[in-house]
Ligand binder design. Structure first.
Ligand code: BEZ
Ligand code: FE
Length: 280
């Protein structure tokens, strides 16, 4: 094989430059990445102008990144790449609660709350009881499970998107299960909302004729000693965006019942059990 670059041997020439001392896993990943990247350019016969557009797109994506905004993860989400990597790394037995995309709106160290507490602090939207159990594969309750929850408000925004408008920690909280493995809290019935679409990812979606909406969902991060952590949502079953989630997060097993109860105070009830998988 020639040491000089040629169109025919491009990927092999680049990969042959790698030193023997390179970490074996890095070698494996980079060799494959170079092969696929070169094969892609060859397959679509990438023009110089398209290459420039791509460089400009990636540059703007990076420039938008800050502590508050991660446009590269959003790009990964919108390309279905986040969900693929999550699926590869979280294969679970049938019946176990599935993962979905984490998203950018989780805030660590939300207030610890008591079972039955209301997490909605802005008095907007239709009240909804979220309740269920955290169970092991034998169907036994898991005590001491931490359930970190967050959702948008009735206007479709997370508190961190509207500082000064929404109360801090609106629609967030952490609950810990007791011996019965049960959880119960009051929130609002979530509504569908667009992912941040005022940047390069939004432009990409626009050019592809894709909308930026996510179907309504409640986020759950469920962890317990000895079990795999579940990063997931429950989805509202009649949402018009279920089949076209902008980030491909919907799984059939995560579509939860939202039953109208209308008891004068609370309008909805959503019951969902989490079935954890033993760690390792
Ligand atoms: C979310 O559900 O909060 C979310 C997930 C991925 C991208 C944007 C938002
Ligand atoms: Fe969300």
């Amino acid at each position: 094989m020639t040491t000089y670059f040629s169109e025919a041997d491009s990927a092999q020439t680049v990969n042959a430059r790698m030193n023997e001392s390179a970490n074996p896993r890095l070698r494996e990943v980079m060799t494959s990445l170079v092969e696929h990247l070169h094969a892609f350019a060859r397959e679509v016969q990438l023009t110089q102008h398209e290459w420039e557009l791509a460089i400009d797109f990636l540059t703007r994506t990076g420039q938008l990144c800050s502590r508050e905004r991660q446009e590269f993860i959003l790009l990964s989400d919108a390309l279905g790449f986040s969900m693929l990597v999550d699926a590869i790394n979280n294969r679970r037995p049938p019946g176990a609660t599935e993962n979905t995309v984490f998203g950018p709106f989780h805030v660590a160290n939300a207030p610890e709350r008591q079972m039955g507490d209301c997490i909605s602090l802005d008095s907007k939207g239709e009240r909804c009881i979220f309740e269920g159990r955290v169970l092991d594969p034998q169907g036994q309750p898991v005590a001491g499970a931490r359930i970190d929850v967050w959702s948008d408000n009735a206007d479709g925004f997370y508190d961190v998107q509207q500082p000064g408008i929404q109360p801090q920690w609106n629609n967030r909280g952490i609950f810990t299960t007791g011996a019965d493995g049960r959880y119960r809290f009051i929130g609002v019935k979530p509504v569908s909302y667009p992912i941040p679409h005022d940047g390069p990812v939004g432009q990409m979606l626009g050019h592809l004729g894709r909308h930026p909406y996510r179907p309504a969902h409640m986020h759950f991060l469920v962890s317990a000693p000895g079990f795999e952590t579940v990063v997931t949502h429950t989805f509202v079953g009649d949402d018009p965006y279920l089949a076209s989630d902008a980030v491909f997060g919907v799984k059939e097993t995560l579509v939860a019942p939202f039953e109208r109860i209308d008891d004068g105070e609370t309008v909805w009830r959503s019951h969902f059990d989490f079935l954890l998988t033993p760690a390792g």
